[in-house]
Design a protein around this ligand. Structure first.
Ligand SMILES: *Cc1c(COP(=O)(O)O)cnc(C)c1O
Length: 386
């Protein structure tokens, strides 16, 4: 075991001001959805160029409600990617619709838009792209396909808060855009999420879905005309979000700096270790659009005599945490039992098996990236096939 401190693959940053603000909400007498939520939603709306925004208890609820607002349900098909957090596909099944998995692009690791048209049927109602590690898809191409086939787009931008497309924020453009504020995300409310709309009618409908389908009128009037759930965000979470928003530019600068360092140090280290022939795939070097939610490499497993689990174990023994984001969804028992086949998306199959998330979060210390790159390269060298 290493004497050096353990570096987790990610860790949220909450400053003293945030902690104090939480204390104030707890003492205020109003702790669930109230004034802080309203303030957070209007601040987010401003951030997204004036589009309506509503918050929810988590990103999963946010995406479920996006599907409900779009009227997607039994008998409908939704096109998505097999390399995502399982929530993306689960919410599609949850509303009674059928996820259709299109293979990913080996470079961006996002849905391969050139393969989407071939997957469209008369039952297709929506495309749900995921911006893995915060890298958006080609938005021009995405919305051209949607327009041509008259489809809704529900952007799973859970990982893309702060990402951009051609100088515009993800969320400031597009159809329904869903974010998560879960603890690992670039902006966190501990748990939470928000949906960005194009019109107030859909925002109002989402408000009903998040609270039992309820509308109020007058001082004592209540009605329920749709089936809603209990997916509201509390003021405790909202006040954390307000403080995270203030820190977001600093968080982003730090993430971008660390990502640049990864590219430099990994390349230098591979040379000096003499393993330049190993095909370790780095992420696209995109410093205009990506928010660097994660730094993910594809391990050269074909050139090693160990598997990913062994690489992760040895990194862990050196005090370095890593993650897998994600195994291919169609490999899960639930999805296999529904008849999906992992072999039908071969690029996703390979990447789901070989992808590895290295630590990247604003609180990382200077020197951590070097230590991680050195450790990874020494492990690769030790286990290369002869
Ligand atoms: C985090 C995440 C979600 C779900 O968000 P929760 O807030 O955890 O419910 C959905 N999709 C992707 C791609 C995510 O990373």
């Amino acid at each position: 075991m290493s004497a050096l401190p353990f570096i987790p693959f990610t860790r949220p940053s909450f400053d003293q001001e945030t902690i104090d603000a939480v204390g104030e909400v707890l003492r205020s007498g109003w702790v669930t959805s109230g004034p802080k939520l309203a303030e957070f939603e209007s601040t987010l709306s401003e951030y997204f160029g004036g589009r309506p925004v509503r918050c929810f208890a988590n990103g999963t609820a946010t995406m479920k409600i996006a599907l409900q607002v779009a009227g997607i349900g039994t008998g409908d098909e939704v096109i998505t990617t097999p390399i995502s957090w399982v929530a993306t596909a689960n919410v599609i099944l949850g509303v009674g619709a059928k996820p259709i998995f299109v293979d990913i692009d080996p470079i961006t690791r996002n849905i391969d838009l050139s393969k989407v048209s071939a997957a469209i049927t008369p039952k297709t109602r929506a495309i749900m792209p995921v911006y893995l590690a915060g890298l958006p898809v080609d938005m021009d191409q995405l919305y051209a396909i949607a327009k041509q086939h008259n489809l809704r787009v529900i952007e799973d931008a859970a990982q893309a808060f702060g990402s951009q497309w051609k100088g515009k924020k993800i969320g400031a453009i597009g159809d329904l855009v869903s974010f998560s504020f879960q603890a690992n995300k670039n902006l966190s409310t501990v748990e939470g999420g928000c949906l960005v709309f194009n019109n107030l009618d859909e925002a109002k409908l989402a408000e009903k879905f998040r609270l039992q389908g309820l509308t109020r009128h007058g001082i004592d009037g209540m009605d329920v005309d749709v089936l809603g759930g209990k997916d509201n965000l509390t003021d405790v979470n909202a006040v954390i979000g307000l403080h995270q928003l203030k820190q977001l530019p600093a968080f982003q600068n730090r993430r971008t700096h660390l990502a640049r360092e990864y590219f430099n140090v990994i390349r230098t280290e591979m040379k000096s270790t003499g393993i330049e022939d190993l095909k370790l795939e780095l992420p696209p070097e995109n410093f205009t659009d990506s928010n660097w939610h994660m730094f993910q490499v594809i391990l050269p497993l074909d050139q090693l005599n160990v598997d990913r689990a062994q690489v992760m174990t040895e990194l862990k023994d050196l005090g370095i945490g890593t993650g897998v984001h994600y195994p291919t969804i169609t490999g899960f028992t639930l999805y296999k039992n529904l008849g999906y086949q992992i072999a039908s998306t071969p690029v996703a199959e390979r990447i789901g098996r070989m992808i590895l998330t290295l630590p990247l979060f604003p609180g990382m210390a200077d020197g951590d990236v070097s230590r991680i790159a050195q450790s990874l390269c020494s492990i690769l060298k030790k286990h290369r096939k002869n």
